[in-house]
Design a protein around this ligand. Structure first.
Ligand code: URA
Length: 266
């Protein structure tokens, strides 16, 4: 995605937050830390300006080949993280312990999208750290031969639905600009949609995950591979082979080597 498009995606998201009453966005300080920062009011039009003015840093190549200043991406992601941390747009703000924004630096070619935080994620603020998260880590490390640090992980919802119930349509709609901004800023070469909610969100369809999985789709020009959610695979371990095949398609598409199948042929 060209950097102008990425910048306008972020500005659009920040304007949306402002219109919906998010009053404060914290921007990182000169050290570039994700959470520290200088307060900028999101309630005034000036709120988007510092994001437009982010400094450049060492560049990286996106999937599309355009050079993106890495420092700008990190600080823009930090601005969205801060907006999420302050979010009061839906009922989940009343019941969450904390928001759960992402794991990973954002300098990656592969982005995983899950459904919503569970109890462990709500307690730690990090996505996919509970049982399903441990399986996801195994899928990334054992199944794909990557390190978890090599990828970026986020969810459709940033707050835990009480009792781990399914996300409600209005919660998904209100949270949408946050994930849109994350995808726009990370600009991965491929998205992996984990389960029905992520796949239906990214592909704008109501088709069941059983029909979507294993078939490439597209989100704003970025290839999307839908696969089963790790929680489903914990309940139905016999479906892990299909999920592994889906992940191999991602490696193949990105020209990355496939690890050997445990105990045999690739
Ligand atoms: N399930 C998800 O979809 N996301 C998480 O972060 C954890 C469990």
């Amino acid at each position: 995605m060209p950097s102008d498009d990425r910048r306008s995606a972020l500005i659009g998201a920040l304007r949306y937050f402002r219109d919906l009453g998010v009053e404060e966005v914290l921007r990182p300080g000169p050290g570039g830390s994700d959470d520290a920062g200088l307060a900028a009011s999101a309630a005034s039009p000036a709120s988007a300006r510092p994001v437009e003015e982010t400094s450049s840093g060492p560049g990286r190549e996106t999937a599309g080949g355009d050079a993106v200043p890495a420092a700008a991406t990190a600080s823009d992601l930090a601005a969205v993280r801060a907006a999420v941390a302050a979010c009061q747009l839906c009922r989940l703000a009343q019941t969450r312990t904390q928001t759960v924004f992402s794991d990973g630096t954002g300098k990656t070619r592969i982005m995983f999208v899950g459904e919503a935080p569970g109890a462990d994620e709500d307690a730690t603020g990090v996505p996919f750290v509970g049982r399903a998260g441990q399986l996801l880590t195994k899928m990334i490390e054992g199944g794909m031969g990557l390190s978890r640090q090599d990828v970026y992980i986020a969810n459709v919802l940033k707050c835990r639905p009480p009792g781990n119930r399914n996300p409600e349509p209005d919660e998904i709609a209100l949270c949408r600009p946050y994930l849109e901004a994350q995808v726009g800023l990370v600009a991965p070469a491929a998205l992996v949609a984990l389960g029905k909610f992520a796949a239906q969100f990214l592909l704008e369809t109501e088709e069941p995950i059983s029909r979507l999985r294993g078939r490439w789709g597209s989100y704003r020009g970025i290839p999307v591979m839908p696969t089963y959610h790790p929680s489903f695979l914990l309940r139905q371990p016999e479906r892990k082979k299909e999920a592994w095949e889906d992940l191999l398609k991602v490696l193949e598409r990105l020209g990355l080597p496939s690890p050997r199948r445990p105990g045999g042929a690739t």
